[in-house]
Design a protein. Sequence first.
Length: 134
Amino acid sequence: MREIADQAIDAMLAAYMTAPRESLLVLQQVGGAISRVPMDGTPYANRDALYDCFPISIWDNPSDDETHIRWARDLWDAMRPFSTGGVYANNLGEEGIDRVLAAYGENYPRLAALKNKYDPTNLFRLNQNIKPAT
């Protein structure tokens, strides 16, 4: 997020009114030194964000799956309009290539070329995978 707009605060407060136990929304301040590095200086591309924002819901009982998953998805849907569209790779689950592309942005092609050079068989793929360039 580039800012925490009043409407975003309203969305967060509304979500907490229905939050299951042990559920939260993380707002991690970024910017600062991160924003002073050129975008192509490291793989991290989302240097215009001031906050990393993501919902977390933790539970043990499988019968609670639907409640917790729905809460986290609804909260993210409410926060999405305030997002830059980027994502921090360490926050990703198995969400597909579009989210990996959102994490690395314009740096992805360069990273794919490096992957092609140093790991063309994609041995190191059990992560937010950057596939070798084709």
